[in-house]
Write a protein that binds this ligand. Structure first.
Ligand SMILES: [Zn+2]
Length: 154
């Protein structure tokens, strides 16, 4: 890595991480991604804190699928608005959104806890589902969904 963090004068402060190069819980709350992201180096600006008008016009700052854990080639494809890659991202987000709705529905109308919801979900999961989750991860995730809902009600 170079001694200085050099950027062109035309570069702009990254609107996802506000120039920090790191997306923290505050950014996650601001962009309303509490159930989608965890704190990590910023994928939007590749942790540089700066971005260009070109990227800003091509990629929405809150593109959920664009996270640092993706392979570099995948990140490039998102930044080039590759239709297949964007569709993959949409499918993934749709899956998560449905899972959140499922968890909230069973929590709110049936008063079930995270573990029972996870077990019911895994029992009724369609064989054709595009994605699957480990039981432990699923329980933890549903707990987060419920926690967030509770905090919204307070
Ligand atoms: Zn950034």
């Amino acid at each position: 890595m170079f001694f200085f963090n050099l950027f062109k004068k035309s570069d702009l402060e990254c609107p996802r991480c506000l120039g920090k190069g790191f997306v923290d819980w505050e950014d996650i709350r601001r962009l309303n991604k509490q159930l989608k992201w965890v704190p990590a180096p910023c994928a939007y600006c590749n942790a540089s804190g700066r971005t260009t008008p070109e990227i800003l016009s091509k990629v929405p700052v809150d593109t959920t699928y664009l996270t640092i854990d993706l392979p570099e080639s995948e990140i490039e494809k998102i930044k080039n608005a590759d239709p297949e890659t964007l569709e993959k991202g949409r499918q993934k987000e749709l899956f998560v959104d449905n899972l959140i709705l499922y968890a909230l529905h069973h929590y709110q109308t049936k008063n079930m806890d995270a573990e029972s919801i996870a077990d019911l979900y895994l029992k009724t999961e369609e064989e054709t589902a595009l994605f699957s989750l480990e039981r432990e991860n699923l329980i933890q995730y549903i707990e987060r969904v419920i926690e967030l809902k509770k905090s919204e009600l307070n």
